[in-house]
Design a binder for this molecule. Structure first.
Ligand SMILES: Cc1cc2nc3c(=O)[nH]c(=O)nc-3n(C[C@H](O)[C@H](O)[C@H](O)COP(=O)(O)O)c2cc1C
Length: 384
């Protein structure tokens, strides 16, 4: 017999999940569950990833009113110097942080080939109960082939991977929403007597994120995600605006509301020159070139489509922030760049820093007040 879901448990996700807050420009952190986060460098300035460190980072962001903690699901180091090799698994990491934060949304990342939809659906539902409806599921179908080999799953061709992901997610939704037992006969999954209780807190379903950049990825975002990512490093504002507008067009054609986020790396100093010098020191002189080369290789990026100068610049952004948008300069510069991103239609930016604690302290002291003064964000705790 199906167990009825107590009505009082379900809540409109707009009221529980900060991703739906009214702040015009939402803020997240990208990669704080991984050693070195998004920073491909050998610099000693990067602290070792420990539970205390990631907890401290999460709590600083939570208390400053940030909307999202976005982890990276990683199973193996990239390159030969250990980049991201040490990391916290994203569901259990989110569970731990849900208990020591109050406001921020914990994103958990499903590498779809690593868990059955029944398991993922229940993990997210459990996280939703722990966090009081503050979970978002980032659906990732993977690009780092050595991880597939380690997990013993087939590295399907790119678009075929999205077919697998689509079926995977259709099934997750059935586990989240159906009270009667169901059977499912798909191309990749066979389920008899599908059943999952309790249902998530968030109604109709927990927030969904996807960061695909390909045509197929964009189609997936338009059809299923509440937020999608577009990478803007290396683009001038006019081209970036066109990319963001393209995403808005995708969503409109699908008849859905999808917010567009991007990622950015922050180097904030008192002068522009100091910030630039630090960027060069950490990501040129002390760069982890092996991580950068391996990431470019497995992401299928190569110099063939770019001018040498453009390729060099792109690689710098890859090493400094996994391909994030550069926010390098003074607090004024950074606030101005964020304002520009908002003006071209970006709804949220997930930030990374060489050291998240040091970086957040600078950012919260000097950039956040400028964003508030400019009307991009309301002072916290009134912001939700
Ligand atoms: C914000 C963000 C988070 C991502 N998280 C992960 C991750 O945790 N694990 C992973 O393997 N790939 C991750 N990716 C890679 C994307 O899921 C995607 O595979 C990549 O952008 C290539 O797009 P495509 O799949 O459409 O080709 C992330 C990308 C972005 C921008």
């Amino acid at each position: 017999m199906p167990i009825p879901v107590p009505v009082s448990e379900r809540k409109n996700r707009q009221t529980t999940n900060a991703l739906f807050s009214e702040n015009k420009l939402k803020l997240g952190l990208f990669g704080p569950n991984c050693d070195h986060g998004c920073a491909m460098t050998l610099s000693d300035d990067v602290p070792l990833l420990t539970w205390d460190y990631t907890k401290q980072v999460a709590q600083i962001a939570d208390r400053a009113g940030f909307e999202a903690l976005v982890p990276v699901a990683r199973w193996k180091q990239i390159g030969e110097n250990g980049f991201n090799g040490r990391n916290f698994e994203t569901y259990t990491w989110a569970a731990g942080l849900a208990s020591v934060t109050d406001h921020i949304t914990l994103v958990t990342t499903a590498h779809v080939q690593a868990s059955h939809p029944a398991v993922a659906a229940k993990q997210v539902a459990t996280l939703d109960h722990i966090s009081g409806g503050r979970i978002c599921l980032n659906i990732v179908n993977g690009w780092f082939e050595p991880e597939f080999k380690m997990l013993g799953s087939d590295f399907l061709p790119h678009d075929r991977r999205y077919q697998y992901t689509t079926e995977w997610f259709e099934l997750v939704q059935r586990f989240w929403t159906e009270d009667q037992e169901f059977d499912f006969h798909g191309e990749f999954f066979q389920v008899e007597g599908g059943y999952s209780q309790p249902k998530p807190i968030q109604s109709p379903i927990p927030a969904i994120m996807n960061a695909g950049g390909s045509k197929t990825g964009r189609e997936f975002i338009a059809k299923y995600a509440d937020s999608g990512y577009v990478l803007l490093a290396g683009y001038d504002l006019a081209s970036a605006r066109a990319l963001v507008e393209e995403r808005a067009g995708d969503a409109e054609a699908a008849g859905r509301e999808v917010s567009t986020w991007t990622t950015a790396y922050v180097i904030q100093r008192d002068t522009h020159e100091e910030a630039q010098e630090y960027l060069n020191k950490v990501f040129v002189d002390e760069a982890d070139m092996s991580a950068g080369a391996a990431a470019a290789h497995y992401l299928g990026l190569n110099s063939s489509a770019m001018e040498p100068q453009q390729w060099q610049e792109f690689n710098l952004h890859l090493r400094a922030g996994y391909g994030g948008y550069p926010l390098v300069g003074t607090a004024e510069d950074i606030a101005e760049r964020l304002n520009e991103l908002s003006e071209i239609g970006v709804t949220g930016v997930s930030l990374s820093f060489v050291d998240f604690v040091d970086g957040l302290e600078r950012f919260n002291a000097d950039v956040l007040p400028k964003l508030e003064a400019g009307g991009l964000r309301k002072p916290f705790p009134l912001g939700v």
